[in-house]
Design a protein around this ligand. Structure first.
Ligand code: C2E
Ligand code: MG
Ligand code: MG
Length: 617
């Protein structure tokens, strides 16, 4: 800016005039200076404000760009350069649709180029989600909003762009977690139910049948127990992949959890027998595909499925009922020897209904104290009672006394089994404390039968410990009878559990010995106390020469493992004598006494065995 002296130089006039003029000029010059000063200050302030705005724009996480009404980019902030990979210099002057995916670019192109003229430019004044295109041509999801502002009477457009890749991924992840199984990426139960509902609607409209297949891997638990969950998971993933190859595009393969899969077939024939044949052929394909050997991280592995099928539409179909029916059919396939297929039918339904009724009845029986334990002596070689085994009976209000063979297996399949097992355990422990108070019975051991599912239950060890504590019984006098079948799978879990129970002081007897396939090596590793020769050998001991040989070797085997050997089902003196001559340590059977109520046993005079030659019943 010019100084005042410069402005004044070059002026000449008479002194008076000059003085007046000078005063005016001085005033003018001062005014000028003040204005100039103000102007200068304003400019600095403006520049600062502009810089401030630019700083704000550059520090925004959102990309901000301005473009002309013809869609030409005029400014491009720092975030926009990060989002799109163009520098501001590269972007400015180019059409804004450079930044959008080719897909809808034509439409947007038109809109962006004729923002003023198009009636409802679809990006103005609203935020839309679309695909952006980076400099390297990769596409990514963005949210875009455009607003219109005026500059010197000209419209300019401000676009605000946000990269929503992360948001999208998070949304997709939530969607995936809600509807897909994380391990196999197959639809989960929820999505299956949705699809099944749709399939039911479609099939009733088109009159075409559909089929629901319930599929469970045979002995999967054993794989998990022996080779570990990682390999179990690997098998499930491979099964999922194979299953998908067996069905058509529109069919659904879902995983319900564990080793349970469901296949939903749609658009089958309108006639039932044809649709059944179609479903059966898919099931055969599945059996073939899943029955091929697997490589689980280098471990060769064999697996087969059991498959239950139900066709729809049928009677009173809803998703839950159909899943239940397919599940029932799958259990039938398991019962029929596994690796096979069963269709749901009404006879099955009847069996299931009876099953359910019995289960309800058992619950009622438990609540009404209809269950009881009978006790049978165990005697030593001198014929003196050393303990007893407890047998469960159901004193049914209308059916009379029901033996365990008629309800134990079913109870096992339901949660009643667990309750019954607990009741037996607690009742037996209470009985031990009663005996502890009487001199003649104080030293007796009491054996109880443990069912496989009871033994495998996660809380079993604490269940035993609690029952003993609650009754105040001596653990050393409680003996749990397990069967060979339960111990056949030599898993570390079984051993750990047995050792934990053994650590409480409780003993183990191996029931029904000789009917399973235990190996010596295997038995040696288990903390057993006693082998029990199965009654089937005892009963034919005198008639089938082979059986005496089996009994002899069982006794020798037991002794070599440091175990005592007891024979069950001893009915005659001859059987007892032969067994005693083979070295058997203890005996149990009708010869010494039938299973009876506890009070009958406590009468010690009544129970002392008669001379050995007399047969008792
Ligand atoms: P187990 O433990 O092998 O029991 C032997 C079965 O033979 C019992 O039948 C017993 O009453 C019967 N028995 C005893 N002495 C003789 C004899 O001299 N001759 C003959 N022929 N039989 C004899 P029960 O009471 O019907 O029990 C059958 C099976 O049911 C038992 O076989 C056991 O596996 C199971 N069981 C019994 N009570 C319970 C229980 O409380 N819980 C569980 N989980 N299972 C039980
Ligand atoms: Mg037993
Ligand atoms: Mg037995």
């Amino acid at each position: 800016m010019q100084e005042k002296s410069e402005v004044l130089s070059g002026f000449s006039c008479p002194k008076e005039q000059q003085n007046q003029r000078c005063t005016r000029l001085d005033a003018l010059a001062d005014e000028y200076d003040a204005v100039a000063q103000q102007h200068q200050t304003n400019l600095v302030a403006l520049r600062e404000a502009a810089q401030h705005t630019l700083d704000i724009l550059d520090n925004l996480l959102d990309g901000v760009l301005t473009f002309s009404e013809h869609g030409q980019i005029e400014s491009f902030n720092k975030a926009a350069t990060h989002i799109f990979g163009y520098t501001a210099a590269e972007a400015i002057g180019h059409p804004a649709n450079l930044l959008l995916s080719g897909d809808h670019a034509a439409q947007r192109d038109a809109d962006l180029q004729h923002l003023e003229t198009s009636d409802t430019p679809f990006v103005i004044g609203q935020s839309i989600e679309t695909l952006g295109r980076r400099k390297d041509t990769s596409l990514f999801p963005i949210s875009l909003s455009v607003s219109r502002v005026e500059r010197a009477g000209e419209p300019i457009f401000v676009g605000v762009i946000r990269d929503i890749t992360q948001q999208r991924n998070a949304k997709e992840e939530i969607q995936r977690l809600a509807f897909y199984d994380p391990l196999t990426h197959l639809p989960n139960r929820r999505l299956l139910q949705d699809r099944l509902e749709q399939a039911l609607i479609t099939s009733s409209r088109t009159a075409q049948h559909g089929a629901l297949m319930f599929l469970d891997l045979d002995h999967f638990k054993h794989l998990n127990d022996t080779l570990g969950h990682d390999l179990g998971d690997e098998l499930l993933k491979q099964v999922a992949t194979r299953l998908k190859t067996c069905v058509r595009e529109g069919d659904t393969v879902a995983r319900l959890g564990g080793d349970e899969f469901v296949v939903l077939l749609e658009g089958l024939s309108p006639t039932s027998h044809e649709s059944a044949a179609q479903a059966e052929s898919v099931a055969a394909k599945v059996l073939g595909a899943l029955g091929q050997g697997y490589q689980l991280r280098g471990h060769p592995f064999e697996s087969t499925p059991s498959i239950g099928i139900v066709l729809f539409p049928g009677e009173d179909d809803n998703t839950e009922a159909l899943l239940k029916k397919a599940d029932i059919a799958m259990y039938q396939a398991k019962a029929a020897g596994r690796n096979t297929v069963r269709f749901f039918d009404l006879a099955m339904q009847a069996a299931v209904t009876a099953h359910a009724a019995l289960e309800r009845d058992m619950r009622r029986g438990l609540a009404h104290q209809e269950f009881m334990l009978l006790y049978q002596f165990q005697v030593n070689v001198q014929g003196a009672p050393i303990g007893a085994e407890a047998f469960l009976r159901w004193n049914h209000s209308s059916r009379g006394v029901v033996p365990p063979s008629q309800f134990i297996a079913l109870a096992e399949e339901t949660s009643v089994g667990h309750l019954l097992g607990q009741w037996v355990l607690e009742t037996a422990c209470a009985q031990l404390t009663v005996w502890a108070d009487q001199a003649s019975t104080a030293q007796w051991t009491l054996a109880i039968n443990i069912s496989p599912s009871q033994f495998e239950h996660a809380n079993f060890v604490s269940q035993v410990a609690n029952a003993l504590r609650k009754a105040g019984a001596k653990p050393q006098q409680l003996r749990l009878e397990l069967t060979e079948r339960m111990l056949m799978n030599d898993t570390s879990e079984t051993r750990t559990r047995m050792h934990a129970i053994k650590a409480l002081g409780v003993g183990f007897s191996l029931d029904d010995f000789g009917t399973g396939y235990s190996s010596l090596v295997h038995l040696q590793r288990l903390p057993l106390d006693q082998l029990k020769i199965d009654q089937s050998f005892v009963q034919t001991l005198l008639t089938q020469p082979g059986d005496a040989a089996v009994a002899r070797s069982v006794i020798a085997l037991g002794h070599s493992l440091g175990l005592t050997v007891i024979a069950e089902g001893v009915e005659t003196a001859e059987q007892r004598n032969l067994l005693a001559s083979l070295g058997c340590d203890a005996f149990q059977g009708y010869y010494f006494g039938r299973p009876s109520p506890a009070a009958d046993l406590e009468d010690i005079e009544r129970i002392r065995p008669q001379p050995l030659s007399n047969k008792r019943n």
